[in-house]
Design a protein around this ligand. Structure first.
Ligand SMILES: Nc1ncnc2c1ncn2[C@@H]1O[C@H](COP(=O)(O)OP(=O)(O)OP(=O)(O)O)[C@@H](O)[C@H]1O
Ligand SMILES: [Mg+2]
Length: 291
């Protein structure tokens, strides 16, 4: 059995035998605003919090923009910038040259350091849009995955244009096909408690959950996947501080790492849902093997 690499997305690893296999690539497919970047950053930061390195491959946004947006969601990327967090800005003019020549050189230089690295390509969509030639698209995406998988686990995000419930769009077939795993995020902007859901489309060599799983965002923690939907209660005005305090006390007692304590406290300060965080907290405790 090969070791599993935890994605750090709470509740997700439990749905796929504990995490990703090393040197594999997953794509996160979803339309705009579903949370692809959030998943990518959470995955990257989980590694960094555990002494790994992170490499963020961008095409459009600058590192400064990305780190600023991450900060608003409760991640401090800046403190790791150029220490354990690195960026490669692939400029769109010549993807072919970048991917075939420059990237392998960069990766080779990095792989001399023997330290586990997580890679994020967010978004990967510009590579697909760079050419209409399917064969060239396939070559570029294939090469991109092949090169970066040398470093460690790779998470790439792909923008989807179909509406929720529709079949997977043609523009995302290629990355899904060339990846080792694919996760589809959907957002139903009609409100309600479970308007965000995910589905594991494929995960090579892995028994994975086959349901449609709701997930939520919590500032300070990121995305949390719920394996069992619970009834939403709307006890108006009720505070869940006590539930958090209980969890924080327990975490202190079992000597949870500082970054976990930090997450719990930030979550407490920002919890705005109208249901108890009990189940979500359980998912987080399970994710860190805290008992
Ligand atoms: N930690 C968080 N706490 C609260 N809300 C969050 C958090 N993370 C993300 N969100 C919400 O989720 C939405 C989607 O986030 P994200 O940028 O990850 O989506 P995306 O799929 O990458 O979108 P795009 O296609 O525009 O790149 C944001 O609008 C934000 O309001
Ligand atoms: Mg994004």
């Amino acid at each position: 059995m090969s070791e599993r690499i935890k994605t750090g997305i709470f509740g997700l690893d439990q749905l796929m035998e504990g995490g990703m296999r090393d040197n594999t690539a997953v794509v996160i497919v979803g339309s705009s605003g579903t949370g692809k970047t959030t998943f990518a950053i959470q995955f990257l930061m989980h590694g960094i919090e555990n002494g790994e390195q992170g490499l963020y491959v961008t095409m459009e946004e600058s590192p400064e923009q990305i780190m600023k947006e991450a900060e608003m969601m409760g991640w401090n990327m800046k403190e790791h910038y150029e220490k354990s967090l690195f960026f490669i800005h692939l400029k769109g003019q010549n993807f072919k040259k970048m991917i075939e020549e420059k990237l392998p050189q960069l990766v080779k230089a990095r792989s001399d350091y023997d330290i586990r690295t997580r890679v994020v390509i967010d978004p990967m969509t510009p590579v697909i849009w760079a050419t209409e030639d399917k064969l060239l698209q396939r070559e570029l995406i294939g090469k991109l995955f092949y090169t970066l998988k040398e470093l460690g686990v790779v998470m790439a995000t792909v923008e989807e244009h179909s509406s929720p419930g529709e079949m997977i769009g043609e523009d995302v077939l290629l990355p899904v096909y060339l990846s080792d795993g694919a996760i589809n995020l959907e957002y139903y902007p009609i409100g309600g408690a479970f308007n965000r859901t995910l589905k594991i489309v494929k995960m090579r060599g892995t028994h994975h959950g086959e349901g449609v799983y709701p997930y939520i965002f919590a500032r300070g923690a990121g995305a949390i996947v719920r394996s069992s939907p619970v009834e939403s209660r709307s006890d108006e005005g009720m505070s869940y501080d006590e539930v958090f305090d209980e969890a924080i006390k327990t975490a202190e007692f079992i000597k949870a790492p500082a970054h976990v304590m930090e997450k719990l406290k930030t979550m407490k300060a920002n919890w705005t849902y109208d249901y108890s965080p009990e189940e979500i907290l359980q998912v987080i405790f399970d994710s860190y093997d805290l008992k």
